[in-house]
Design a protein around this ligand. Structure first.
Ligand code: UDP
Ligand code: MG
Length: 324
């Protein structure tokens, strides 16, 4: 087996419109580095012609490999499958839509040579809607407060990992994978640089508002138990204020004699407490759900075919033909 220096992992979901252009740009960028490389494409159960394109690319170039899922398992699963395929000393993770410019790879490799285990290409928010930018920034502020690992705004999945960093990521068995958190959790020397955000070359983003919101909640919950701690804190504060209020009522009754206070306070207290209890129950439920999910120990994805299976079936066809 030849040794490979650089591996590139590309998760693809319905990217048939851009994949050819992306592949050309990627190969040009990689060849300019003068190192040996491999490209590991993962087709995340696309329902367009992405799989066929990837198969053709893999058949035409020995440096290209692919894995195809039986259905859409999500980008996290696709990245995991891609990382498992890699053999290189340096592994670059990137999107297929040309939003992660392949021209930056030489710079990432250069920083890797200086001894960094993680090189992060961080995008700015050029060309993004005002509301989306504001929401994302608010989210990252929230996350910084409530999360045990550090997550940086704009530092997405465009990054280079050293072999040992990949090993560390692959050693994490959880099925609820929030890679931004995982990358931060494994540690190692990390360096980042900023590039100007580019819009997707063609096709559509798969991240609508709802999916982003769920991703955000996932991120907050999958990395720590602070929301549970928050529930305890708010419960304590409520208990204290209820006690203070009770003391005030008793004092008031002693000084001014008994009066009949309005039921509005009562209703407010009941509704407020009910709300808090429901939220807390929801938070606990989320964690229980996660435990249930992890306890099933299902694989992260199901493979439909890979270039290895294709190569094998071709070989067996050839074998059958020659034995005839
Ligand atoms: N992707 C994937 N599975 C999914 C959704 C997305 O593999 O279920 C891939 C997609 O093909 C692309 C990358 O993840 O290469 C980023 O997706 P997208 O461009 O839709 O996200 P955005 O850039 O809008 O955050
Ligand atoms: Mg994109």
């Amino acid at each position: 087996m030849t040794t490979v220096h650089t591996s590139v992992v590309v998760p693809c979901f319905n990217e048939s419109e851009v994949i050819e252009a992306f592949h050309k740009a990627l190969v040009v960028a990689l060849e300019s580095t003068g190192t040996t490389f491999e490209i590991c494409y993962v087709d995340d159960g696309s329902d367009d012609r992405t799989r066929v394109h990837l198969k053709d690319l893999a058949a035409a170039d020995a440096r290209v490999r692919y894995t195809s899922f039986s259905r859409n398992f999500g980008k996290e699963a696709a990245m995991l499958a891609g990382l498992r395929m890699t053999r290189g000393d340096a592994v670059v993770l990137m999107d297929a839509d040309l939003q992660h410019p392949p021209e930056l790879i030489p710079r990432m490799l250069e920083l890797h040579r200086h001894g960094y285990d993680q090189v992060v290409a961080q995008r700015d928010r050029t060309g993004e809607g005002v509301i989306r930018t504001a929401l994302s920034q608010a989210y990252y502020r929230l996350v910084r407060r409530f999360m045990d690992v550090e997550i940086v705004d704009g530092a997405g999945d465009f990054r280079l990992l050293s072999r040992r960093a990949v090993g560390a990521i692959l050693s994490l068995p959880e099925s609820n994978r929030f890679s931004k958190g995982l990358f931060s959790w494994i540690g190692f020397d990390t360096v980042s640089f900023t590039y100007t955000n580019v819009q997707r070359a063609a096709g559509r983003s798969k991240w609508g508002g709802r999916r982003l919101l769920n991703y955000g909640i996932d991120g907050l919950l999958s990395f720590n138990s602070r929301p549970l701690r928050l529930a305890i804190h708010s419960g304590l504060w409520l208990l204290l204020s209820a006690l203070a209020y009770a003391a005030w009522i008793v004092g008031n009754a002693l000084v001014n004699g008994v009066d009949t206070p309005g039921y509005a306070t009562l209703i407010t207290a009941i509704v407020g407490l009910g709300g808090i209890q429901l939220v807390t129950l929801g938070v606990i439920g989320e964690y229980v759900g996660r435990i249930y999910h992890e306890a099933k120990r299902r694989p992260h994805y199901v493979v439909r075919e890979t270039d290895e299976t294709t190569a094998r079936s071709q070989a067996s066809v050839r074998g059958a033909a020659s034995s005839r």
